[in-house]
Design a protein around this ligand. Structure first.
Ligand code: ZN
Length: 500
């Protein structure tokens, strides 16, 4: 059995090598590659991805997993060996169910629709992209049809947030929406916070240096990572020893680069915190989109938009930008960075309204897949829901249904729930860490984050993909997914800023 296990590990390591080599190409494409490299780069990435996929669905790998199954069943569930076989089998089964021909067809289609969307969005021309989006919906339904499911969106959700289903997510989201809408209404009925201090001129170099200082204090390890600029910020893992992030800077918006940097550092610290002996196996890397977002948003929002954090960092920021912030007092700054407002764009939304944007997309995805909503009626459905939830209706499709890249570069289904699951869990994890270590708040006021990072590493990061989202929650917070800590967090924080 030891030999078979070694063979499995060798095969899985080879697959990971191909996948991570493709990541290097992707990183280069988004950070340094000149435009002339695009066509060849697309082919090169596709070749590596195809080779990795073929190796994963090799029937010999399936036989090896079958042979190891009885042996691992005799081991404790959480042993490394049983976990490796369990996680590898899950991936093998998911990948084997989808015919390679379908994958190729889908990749061809997404390459096409992405180019159409890039023109349709600035031109505010939904009609142009509509036939392509109808085909995306057909293909998304076909993808689901390769699996057994309760709800047609389940197989698509499962790929990003394993173990989650429409029937588990819907009641939680419905309750969250019910509790959030009145909070948003109560806040937006009051005079808006003044955030003009954030929209002065802040030179790029100082912004980037300040962001680096912050995430070094968080514990992002620059010996095992680096930060570069890219049009859309992302985190990418070439190995546990090399987890890189990117950011983008707007010189007239102080929060753009800083929140992006803190967000991506949160993703990256999750990856850097994995056990080194998981390297080259499917156990390395975060367990789900939701848990990943819980970490990026914990560092970006619960830490990075909090009073204790700024107690330490605001004087430092003022020292970097004395002309711009010298006369802005800490309280005014805190109110500015935590401004809540009805807005059209998800990625620019504040902590309180953000989830309403996400849940709108989740529900529309489900309706499209169910067939209760036609693609041609999507822009109108979008406007209606924005009006109902956020009290604001986009004047055009550019800032409505065309705003996110997701449906124009991937499946319809499974694309959005992770963001809100992440917000919900970020508060669960943060509350549990503070309960275990009340000294964390005082440490943050001194710019120290070691105890928090250690708690997160011990309870989440080190486990990689070994446990499912539900198992991780059970182990770390002693319960299941719950919106209560998140609502408590919002009510406490925004109750102090606004009258709620
Ligand atoms: Zn993220």
């Amino acid at each position: 059995m030891k030999d078979k296990l070694a063979e499995l590990q060798a095969r899985l390591a080879e697959i990971k090598d191909l996948e991570q080599a493709a990541y290097v190409l992707y990183w280069d494409q988004n950070v340094y590659m000149p435009p002339g490299g695009a066509a060849a780069r697309g082919r090169q990435t596709a070749t590596l991805t195809r080779l990795a996929h073929e190796k994963f669905i090799d029937p010999d790998l399936g036989r090896l997993l079958d042979e190891l199954q009885p042996y691992t069943e005799s081991l404790p569930y959480e042993s490394d060996e049983a976990s490796l076989v369990r996680v590898a089998r899950r991936l093998y089964e998911r990948k084997s169910k989808v015919p390679p021909k379908f994958t190729a067809e889908f990749e061809n289609h997404t390459a096409t629709i992405l180019e159409v969307w890039k023109e349709a969005r600035p031109a505010d021309d939904f009609a142009k992209v509509r036939p392509y989006l109808e085909r995306t919906l057909d293909l998304s339904r076909r993808y689901a049809s390769y699996f057994d499911y309760e709800h047609i969106a389940d197989p698509l959700i499962d790929g990003a947030d394993y173990g989650m289903k429409v029937s588990t997510i819907r009641p939680i989201f419905a309750e969250l929406r019910e509790r959030l809408v009145p909070i948003v209404q109560a806040i937006t009925a009051q005079p808006p916070a003044d955030n003009a201090c954030l929209h002065q001129h802040f030179p790029e170099e100082q912004q980037l240096a300040f962001g680096v200082e912050v995430i070094k204090r968080f514990g992002y390890d620059f010996e095992r990572g680096r930060e570069d600029k890219s049009p859309h910020p992302f985190t990418i893992e070439f190995s546990i020893g090399d987890v890189r992030i990117t950011t983008r800077v707007k010189e007239n918006d102080l929060l753009e680069a800083l929140s992006g940097t803190m967000h991506e550092a949160g993703h990256a610290m999750y990856e850097q915190g994995g056990r080194m002996d998981f390297e080259g196996t499917p156990l390395a890397g975060g367990t789900s989109m939701g848990v990943h977002e819980s970490q990026s948003r914990l560092w970006e929002n619960l830490v990075g938009l909090g009073r204790p954090f700024w107690h330490h960092f605001y004087p430092k920021l003022q020292a970097v930008f004395p002309d711009q912030l010298g006369s802005v007092n800490p309280d005014a700054f805190y109110r500015a960075i935590n401004k809540v407002e009805r807005s059209l764009i998800r990625v620019e939304a504040d902590e309180v309204t953000y989830n309403l944007h996400v849940m709108l997309r989740f529900d529309l995805e489900c309706q499209l897949l169910e067939g209760s909503l036609e693609v041609r009626d999507l822009p109108e459905a979008w406007r209606a829901r924005m009006g109902a939830d956020l009290g604001i209706v986009p004047p055009d499709d550019r800032d409505g249904v065309l705003q996110d890249i997701h449906w124009y570069s991937n499946f319809i289904g499974g694309q959005f729930q992770g963001y809100t699951l992440g917000n919900i869990m970020s508060a669960q994890f943060f509350e549990a860490a503070l309960q275990a270590h009340p000294e964390i708040t005082g440490e943050m006021e001194n710019g120290e984050f070691g105890t928090l990072l250690r708690w997160l590493t011990d309870n989440i990061y080190q486990h990689g993909s070994k446990f499912t989202t539900a198992e991780l929650l059970e182990r770390a917070v002693g319960g299941s997914l719950s919106i209560e800590p998140y609502i408590r967090y919002l009510r406490e924080k925004y109750g102090e800023l606004y009258e709620l």
